[in-house]
Design a binder for this molecule. Structure first.
Ligand SMILES: [Fe+2]
Ligand SMILES: [Fe+2]
Length: 135
């Protein structure tokens, strides 16, 4: 399997989100390439990152009363639960769920970034531009 990589197609033009998205892809790539001995550690790092990444976006959406928060936050919740379940299984000696998710997450993440994240980034860029021009 080719390890997932950040590509310019995922660029949103709002650096705080772009930085988190690059980190997600890098950690996913590490998990995909991890040996069985390293997978739990790599998966734990991905879960920790996703918790902060999704929580940050959820916080922005709440503070901005953002229109698509329900769907967007729901995707975060579902994926985070799956990631955590994968960690629980891996820690119990079953690496298969994490391996399977590692193979599928890149496609989900691209879709998520290019639709829900893109809408949020556009909004955040507007808000930021408005607040800098107001100064
Ligand atoms: Fe994101
Ligand atoms: Fe998101």
């Amino acid at each position: 399997m080719q390890a997932s990589n950040w590509t310019p197609a995922l660029w949103l033009g709002f650096e705080p989100m772009d930085a988190m998205n690059r980190d997600f892809m890098e950690l996913l790539g590490c998990a995909q390439e991890a040996t069985d001995d390293d997978l739990i550690e790599a998966w734990r790092a991905l879960v920790a990152h996703a918790t902060g990444h999704f929580g940050t976006e959820d916080g922005w959406m709440r503070s901005e009363t953002f229109a698509t928060i329900d769907q967007h936050a729901m995707e975060h919740r579902v994926v985070l639960n799956l990631l955590r379940e994968g960690l629980v299984h891996a820690q119990a000696g079953d690496l298969a769920p994490a391996r399977q998710m590692a193979g599928e997450l890149g496609a989900w993440f691209s879709r998520h970034t290019q639709s829900l994240d893109a809408a949020l980034a556009l909004h955040m860029r507007r808000v930021n531009t408005a607040s800098t021009t107001a100064d």
